[in-house]
Design a protein around this ligand. Structure first.
Ligand code: ASP
Length: 411
């Protein structure tokens, strides 16, 4: 098809969404259940298939990598502290705004008699004890994400402690991670049809009013993310990173735009390294913190975890107790850390949070219909958070602007 412009995946998903809405408005619910729902179910099964090996491999490789860089000592510690604090704040922002705006209130699927609804929240001590798997293989077979993450992080540290001898195993998990990201890419090729199936079935079954809460979900996520940037990140950069808002916002524009349009922080990585350097980070700190942040520091995805959890709980009529909300912050941080910098990865990782607080995974199907819009919002902020952290840590080290950026330099 030489000369024919290919329609990007983003557009294909938007088209799938639009066609799904129109088709769903015209077909009856019987037809939708028989012919359209399986298309969506296939998509859900495909993404669930990828999630366990993806998390195991990326967390093992990531945590082994973090320990490897421990020689950077103080810098590494500061970077990780900034990541942890901003990510926890991000999930909390998502929760707060979603609790205030209540994006799921217009849509009630609670009458569908889902078994997961009956699950009552366990005590906090039990939740915490449950983080530790008795049998890691069982945890993987059952898809208990928190247990899997706990095991994978410890495995990663143990692996790093082996040093040279551990390299083959580290390479193995890095490669498995790469393969799983490839597979996620293949799954996403089916996403337009999956989105079509999900949204047409949802509209046929519940009527067009289903879209209103979904738009509210997009708006809630947009507001929470924007407030996070302007009330937390920009002032933090100004105070702790000695860089004014105008300079910062101008500096991050390019990676922001790349992330916004591609929905992949990985795609924005080169531009992000350059932005951190131009804004005064040193080569050493930028080249350590930006690639690390690219995989573990996802402020936008963290906001999204909070917003989507409240949305999904509302839609399925589940009351989130205080313990649940704390669990969501904890799991949201871990899920954001475990999210790969590729389109749609965050959607897969919502299952980590949902499972933990008893939200039916059908909620993923609902969100999937508009996830591309949410992905644009969250990915663009994921990369902004990385540059913000790099500048803050560089300044805390007293190194800001000590090594001016030279056009075309390799970072
Ligand atoms: N697409 C996001 C990113 O690349 C990850 C996510 O889906 O949350 O940063």
């Amino acid at each position: 098809m030489a000369g024919k412009a290919k329609i990007s995946l983003a557009w294909q998903m938007m088209i799938g969404l639009a066609v799904g809405v129109v088709v769903g408005a015209f077909v009856d619910s019987q037809f939708a259940t028989t012919y359209l729902q399986p298309l969506g179910t296939l998509f859900i099964r495909l993404i669930r298939m990828v999630v366990v090996p993806l998390v195991v491999a990326t967390i093992i490789a990531g945590s082994a990598g973090i320990s490897d860089t421990a020689k950077l000592g103080r810098v590494a510690l500061k970077v990780l502290i900034v990541y942890a604090i901003t990510t926890a704040i991000s999930v909390t922002f998502g929760l707060l705004f979603a609790n205030a705006i209540q994006p799921g209130m217009g849509l009630d699927l609670s009458t569908e008699g889902l078994a997961a609804k009956a699950v009552s929240a366990p005590a906090l001590s039990e939740t915490l004890l449950n983080i530790v798997p008795i049998n890691p293989m069982e945890a993987m077979a059952k898809g208990s994400m928190l247990q899997i993450i706990f095991f994978a992080v410890m495995f990663g540290f143990g692996l790093a402690a082996l040093g040279e001898r551990g390299k083959p195993v580290l390479n193995f998990f890095e490669l498995v991670g790469d393969v799983m990201i490839r597979m996620t890419g293949y799954v996403m090729l089916y996403a337009p049809i999956g989105v079509f199936g999900l949204i047409s079935f949802t509209v046929a079954k519940h009527g067009l009013q289903v879209l209103i809460p979904l738009l509210t979900l997009v708006l809630t996520s947009l507001i929470a993310t924007a407030v996070l940037v302007f009330v937390i990140l920009v002032p933090m950069v100004a105070i702790l990173g000695k860089t004014g808002p105008a300079k910062f916002l101008k500096g991050i524009f390019e990676p922001w735009l790349i992330a916004f349009t591609t929905c992949s922080s990985a795609a924005a990585l080169p531009a992000n390294l350059k932005a951190a350097r131009i804004l005064g980070s040193t080569k050493a700190i930028a080249s350590f913190s930006i690639p690390l942040g690219n995989t573990v520091n996802m402020n936008g995805t963290a906001v999204y975890m909070g917003v989507c959890s409240v949305f999904a709980a509302e839609v399925f009529g589940i009351d989130l107790s205080m313990t649940d909300q704390i669990t969501i912050v904890l799991m949201g941080v871990l899920a954001a850390v475990g999210t790969a910098g590729v389109p749609g990865a965050g959607l897969i990782m919502t299952t980590v949070v949902f499972t933990q607080v008893g939200i039916p995974l059908e909620a993923v199907a609902l969100i999937a219909g508009i996830d591309r819009l949410l992905d644009m919002i969250r990915t663009s902020i994921n990369v902004v958070g990385d540059v913000a952290s790099a500048i803050i840590v560089t300044n805390l080290e007293g190194d800001l602007n000590s090594e001016p950026y030279e056009e075309g330099e390799g970072v």
